[in-house]
Structure formats: structure tokens, C-alpha cells
Design a protein around this ligand. Sequence first.
Ligand SMILES: *Cc1c(COP(=O)(O)O)cnc(C)c1O
Length: 368
Amino acid sequence: MKIPFADIKRQYKEIKSEIDVAVSSVIESGAFVRGPFVEEFENQYADAYGVKNCISCANGTDAIYIALKSLGIGLCDEVITTSASWISTSEVVTQAGAKVIFCDIDQNTSNIDVDKLEERITDKTKAVIVVHLYGHPCDMDKITSLCQKHNLFLIEDCAQAHFAEFKGKKVGTFGNIGCFSFYPGKNLGAFGDAGCMVTNDETLAKNVKMFANHGSLIKHQHQIEGINSRLDGIQAAVLSVKLKYIDRWTNRRIEIAKMYNKLLADVSEIQLPLLDEDKKSVFHLYVIKTDKRDELKKYLADNGISTGQHYPSALPFLEAYSYLNHKKEDFPVAHKWSETILSLPMFPEMDNVEAVYVCEKIKEFFRN
Ligand SMILES: *Cc1c(COP(=O)(O)O)cnc(C)c1O
């Protein structure tokens, strides 16, 4: 048996007729950049999310960058974020002109360690970017109260967490702004790059919309200099079709996660994702931890099972941040995390037989 890590072609096959019609209608209309299809998707996403504003942009990285710039973050400011994420989260801080301050992660959730977060705050700190990694919500009670106490902006990187919930409230709606990626491999994925921001703050909504479109809200009137970060009509049309299925796909991810949890529960050599009841994860990734990570990864590959590492290095230890001179001991949990994590196959179209096979092979590895 061959089991891919993810398989976006299976999803396309299921909804091919609808997608093909949607894409053709964009081509026939000629509304390729922004326009009616984009507006329609923004409205649908805002409704589905229960927020006043959804502002689309070119990708998830831009979404965070635009948010930072529109909140006025720049030179001399510090922004605190997690040590465990994709580089987008931290590189945009530097791009905005501010200084990125990393914080270690929690050993159980792989999300930012809220207890260590407060120690990182200085009088230069302006914002915190939390990442709901793997689709697991952060502890938003503690984070929002900390941000309120210190008067900090809160940006949520929800690139992996569409419709995840903390205490029944959707992630992305706790802070000033929530940033989403619709990269093809994300839980809600376009057929190319795409992203958006959600916010209930009308002024911020106006500012991000303006910044993303050359500093302009009305054609040829440029109030500020901005960037070109716009959503394509074709991506928006694809996303509108897919949005109808997101609950079903999310539920299926949760079902697969439950199967993994159950079938792997008695393998003492691995740590499964640990989530308390307050958190509804959308399982963008199902990540286990084991000291035998490299051997297990190889064993699974030899048995036709593709796995991933999200991510092979914690952010502070990437070459890009060598100038910060961080040592292992600065972020011990994140360092250990990068050496033990393994992402198992996870996509809604995966069937039970495949999930069972993955678990059997993992058990077989530890039996031998
Ligand atoms: C994918 C991702 C991003 C960036 O999204 P793009 O659309 O690829 O630019 C940002 N943060 C996290 C955590 C991601 O997984």
C-alpha cells in the first residue's frame, strides 16, 4: 500500500464538476484580479466566520505583514512570537522593520508557552503574534488577558487553523486581527496562493484593505504607499466552492485524528497530540513525538507511508536568524520538539483502511 502525506487531487475529483464551472465563469467574465468573485468570497468567509470584515490578499504571509504595517508596527518595535512555526510568522516582523523576539513553546501543545511569554515583554513590545500550530488553538484566555494587561496588539496566525475553536469561539476572532492562508495544502486551499484577514475593527479593516491595494480605496486616490497583494478571481471562485465543504472536511480530519488517538494509545514510545476540552483542533496536521523519529520515518517510508516534519528546525535556529546568536538552551522545548516530531498522513479524503495501516506499521516498528 502507498499512502501519501496529503493528496489534493482526490479532493478535486470529488468536486470537479462544480469547480470547473466556477473557474470557467471567471474566465468568461474576465474578472481576474479582485472584482465580483473576490467580493463574494470575502462576504461568504466573513459570514461563515461570524465577523464583520474579511479582507482578501495574495497569500497568508502577506496577511500577517499587512496586519503589522496597518497596526503601525515598525522601526524600534518588538514583536513576540513562537519558536515553532513556518518562517512567514517571523520574517514579516523583520520585513515590517521591527525586531522579532522568539518565545519557547509548550511541551504538550507545541504552541507558544504563555507562561514564558510575559518574561519576553519589554517597553518596546508592541504586538504578539500567536500561531495555532497544526490547527490546535492556543490558550486564548491567558493570551488575551496578557495582551490587555500590557496593552499589546494581538495578531493570530490562523494559516493552519481555519474554523478551529477555543471555548466555542473561532480562532482569529480573539485579537485585533486573524490572518489566514489558502495555500493549496491548507485546510481550505485555493489552486494557487491566496490569503485573507478577518477583523471586527472597522478602522483596521479599512486600513488593511487600503495597504493591500497600493494604499488606495478609491481608484487613483492613494492615501498612503501600500503594496500589491490582491486575490485572483479564479482563486476566489475555487474557495467559494470549497467553503461549502469545509465543515465536512474538518469533521473528517477530526475523525481520522480520533482513530489515530485510539489505535496508537498504547504505544508508550510516542507522544500523541494532547488537547484539553476547551480546544477544538481542526487537525491541519497530526503530529506525534518520539525519540526514534528518524528511524520511524524511514521505516514508514520503506512501507510506502509518506510523513513530514513540521518543521525540521525551530525558527530561532534557522540560518536566517543566526545573527540573533541563539543557543539550544534559550529555547529548550522548541529545540527538542524539532528533533522528535513526525507528521502522519492527514487529509480528509484518506480512508479508514489507510489510517489503520499507518497505525499498524507504527506498532510494528516499535514491536521489532
Ligand atoms: C502556510 C503558513 C503561512 C503562510 O501562508 P502562505 O499563504 O504560504 O504565505 C503562515 N503561517 C503559518 C503557520 C503557515 O502554516
